[in-house]
Design a protein around this ligand. Structure first.
Ligand SMILES: NC(=O)c1ccc[n+]([C@@H]2O[C@H](COP(=O)([O-])OP(=O)(O)OC[C@H]3O[C@@H](n4cnc5c(N)ncnc54)[C@H](OP(=O)(O)O)[C@@H]3O)[C@@H](O)[C@H]2O)c1
Length: 315
């Protein structure tokens, strides 16, 4: 099968398309024929060789110190179950699935094997029936992170929620979920993304690049930093203070969420009821993975960058 192999950390050029052996499922595993994956901000961060020492230690423990322990990169899958191990109970051959392979990686490939359940860092569920494989691949990363941190906000109908960094993978997810929960949502983004964030249902938008943006802040029941500590602005500093007396603040960098299949099942329901749409900035074929990483490295993607896996005969 074709797969993108990465044997050292560094620039996007360390990613190479190669012919490798197709994996076979163990007794508790499913074999997924992958039709779409995604390049996430985390993939790019993990790939780099110039990480600060603390992050480099974290990456070393998770993925290998001097080089990637698992050479096939990529953590998001959308595809079909092609075969199941003899102990698999939750999935059947032919099921359309989506999910995250977590630290097992292996998703930049035509096929990947995953345990059906019980993974510390990955999870799998039936794909939303109303979405294409490409759209489904744009859901798991943002959903895993946004659902985890938004649960901390315990958002109730009528509350005011501010999403800082509303145009990225986590931000576009958070805006839509907060609207779904009945909140009045303010999205913070740059000028270029104001229309996108409004189109996702934000009641108000604030442009963090404007000098007068701080004067638009109100007091919020929940403020969610969806882009993390590496992306900031004068406005972001003020957002932390713009809380009601019982208001809560959460950052995507405030701990490591455990991927949960129940999150994917919940997203499937929300999507099929028509409350959530995939936000795809660009699609690249697997063969252009380095190009996709180069684009995500710039840090300005809108929502998600999806990878399509051809197989020569996609349904
Ligand atoms: N806790 C964990 O385990 C965990 C796991 C994975 C990721 N993370 C965090 O999540 C982050 C990735 O989030 P993501 O995938 O949603 O990011 P992303 O999709 O790469 O975010 C890109 C978006 O951020 C916007 N942006 C750039 N600079 C900004 C600024 N100063 N203020 C507001 N928005 C800005 C960009 O638009 P403009 O440039 O036009 O504004 C772009 O739309 C990681 O960097 C990491 O911090 C945490």
């Amino acid at each position: 099968m074709k797969a993108v192999v990465c044997t050292r950390y560094g620039p996007p050029e360390v990613l190479h398309l190669k012919e490798v052996e197709k994996p076979a499922p163990k007794n508790n595993e499913v074999l997924i024929k992958i039709y779409a994956s995604a390049v996430t901000a985390s993939d790019c961060l993990m790939r780099r060789s110039d990480l600060p020492i603390i992050m480099s230690l974290g990456r070393g423990l998770a993925a290998g110190f001097t080089k990637p322990r698992r050479p096939i990169w990529g953590a998001v899958v959308a595809g079909d179950v092609e075969a199941v191990g003899k102990d698999v109970k939750l999935f059947r051959e032919g099921d359309q699935v989506y999910g995250s392979t977590g630290l097992r990686l292996g998703a930049y490939a035509e096929y990947a094997c995953m345990p059906e359940a019980g993974m510390m860092t990955g999870c799998l569920a039936l794909k939303p029936a109303t979405m294409s494989y490409e759209e489904a691949a744009a859901v798991p990363y943002g959903a895993m992170i946004a659902l985890h941190f938004m649960n901390k906000g315990n958002i109730r109908s009528g509350q005011k929620v501010l999403v800082y960094g509303a145009s990225g993978a986590n931000g576009t997810t958070a805006v839509q979920l907060a609207k779904y929960l009945g909140a009045e949502v303010t999205g913070v983004c740059s000028t270029a993304n104001l229309e996108l964030v409004k189109s996702l249902g934000a009641d108000k938008v604030i442009d963090y690049t404007r000098e007068d943006s701080i004067s638009s802040l109100e007091l919020y029941d929940f403020v969610f930093d969806a882009v993390g500590r590496r992306k900031s602005s004068k406005l972001k500093v003020q957002c932390k203070e713009a809380l009601t007396e019982s208001g809560k603040y959460a950052s995507v960098d405030g701990g490591m969420p455990r991927p949960r299949a129940e999150y994917l099942v919940r997203m499937k329901q929300i999507i099929e009821e028509g409350h959530f749409r995939a936000v795809i900035d660009r699609c690249y074929p697997l063969e252009q993975i380095a190009e996709a990483h180069r684009y995500v490295d710039k840090g300005h993607k809108k929502g998600n960058v999806v990878i399509t896996v051809g197989h020569g005969n996609k349904p």
